[in-house]
Design a protein around this ligand. Structure first.
Ligand SMILES: [Zn+2]
Length: 66
């Protein structure tokens, strides 16, 4: 029941947040993970560079340290 995860509103336009694998090419979606995308086909991983995102009430803690 959560809409808005796979879509983003940019300049009043609805764009898909899903990414294609740059190695496999269009047609191969990348799996969404926490702050990163992963291709299940070739294993390509791309990190998301989001400056600031809306904080969730559920999971707010981050264990991963630099
Ligand atoms: Zn791939």
């Amino acid at each position: 029941m959560s809409v808005g995860k796979y879509y983003k509103i940019v300049n009043g336009q609805l764009v898909r947040a899903k990414k294609f694998c740059p190695r496999c090419g269009p047609g191969v979606f990348m799996a969404e993970h926490w702050r990163r995308y992963t291709c299940g086909k070739c294993g390509y991983t791309e990190y998301v560079r989001e400056a600031k995102e809306k904080k969730r009430e559920d999971e707010d803690k981050e264990d991963e340290g630099g």
